[in-house]
Design a protein around this ligand. Structure first.
Ligand code: AMP
Ligand code: ZN
Ligand code: FE
Ligand code: FE
Length: 281
């Protein structure tokens, strides 16, 4: 079983990278990708806990924004972590997330919700990528809401008056950076409309011209109709379909391996990286 999209405490997941690896083994996974938002900081810990029987795919879920302001998440897998340009992009986005959080907090304070940056930071592991789920956790700690789900539903969703995006490069730019770093690019949950506006089916052609290798189709946030639409795109352009859990520990309902990627699809994907980078012990 292959799960190509999971989060650890290096971003907004709640399991330490080592625990994620242990749970992958306990759940019978044979391959797991660790794809924290805009960072590679969980990779070393994940490698440390790796044992025979599990292959580790190192990656990151990279934030993008289209020229129309639509948020897109791009999974970069099997890229060279030494690549300076890609590291710089990730660092820049992590920095932008800090200023953006300060502005969200300021809006909440103006509306009478008492919350501080220090309280949000207290919810985050050292060196992790800051995100709205950490703000949700701080609001839970202050008993403003009961769960991350409730926090997003009531206050943090993309159409909320408190919502502020963070600047990120376009999907085409990010695909270019991932490919230049020798990795593969798979667009994550492209039609998941719970998160706000999504890209149109027509826009896949441009991303594929830029080098997009695959589309994450099997994901809990896609309806059967959306999966059919995406399978048509994959067939038409001869790219790769993946499936994954987008597991966040107990930060989300998503269960490890609830959706998986076919072995043949993963093989085809791996063959597109410029070196064999799957970690195996
Ligand atoms: P951000 O990266 O700061 O824009 O926050 C987006 C993150 O919040 C995504 O990684 C989602 O996994 C998470 N998220 C979005 N909606 C929810 C929700 N309803 N419950 C828990 N986490 C969510
Ligand atoms: Zn997340
Ligand atoms: Fe995502
Ligand atoms: Fe994710």
């Amino acid at each position: 079983m292959i799960d190509l999209h999971t989060h650890s405490s290096a971003s907004d997941g709640t399991d330490l990278p080592g625990d994620l690896v242990n749970k992958a083994l306990a759940n019978g996974l044979t391959t797991i990708a660790i794809t924290d938002h805009d960072t590679v900081s969980g990779w070393d810990e994940a490698i440390k806990y790796l044992r025979p029987g599990l292959d580790l795919v190192l990656g990151s879920e990279i934030s993008c924004q289209t020229s129309d302001g639509i948020s897109v998440h791009m999974l970069g897998l099997l890229f060279d972590r030494e690549n300076i340009e890609l590291s710089n992009v990730l660092e820049q986005t992590r920095e932008n997330r800090v200023g953006r959080m300060e502005r969200i907090i300021a809006r909440m304070n103006e509306a009478g919700i008492e919350i501080t940056m220090a309280e949000v930071r207290a919810q985050m592991a050292e060196g992790a990528t800051l995100g709205r789920p950490h703000l949700a956790d701080a609001l839970i700690a202050k008993k403003v809401v009961k769960s991350r789900e409730e926090a997003f539903e009531q206050l943090l969703h993309n159409n909320s008056k408190y919502y502020i995006p963070h600047y990120s490069p376009t999907p085409e730019e990010v695909i270019g950076y991932i490919k230049a770093a020798g990795g593969v690019a798979v667009i994550a949950h492209p039609l998941a409309s719970l998160r706000g506006r999504t890209v149109s089916i027509d826009s896949f052609a441009t991303m594929i011209s830029a080098g997009l290798d695959g589309i994450e189709i099997s994901h809990r946030d896609h309806t059967p109709e959306q999966r059919d639409l995406l399978h048509n795109v994959v067939k038409e352009f001869d790219i790769i379909a993946t499936g994954s859990s987008d597991y966040h520990g107990n930060g989300k309902l998503n269960q490890l391996a609830e959706f998986t990627t076919e072995p043949a699809a993963f093989e085809a994907l791996e063959a597109k990286a410029n070196a064999r980078r799957v970690v195996r012990i």
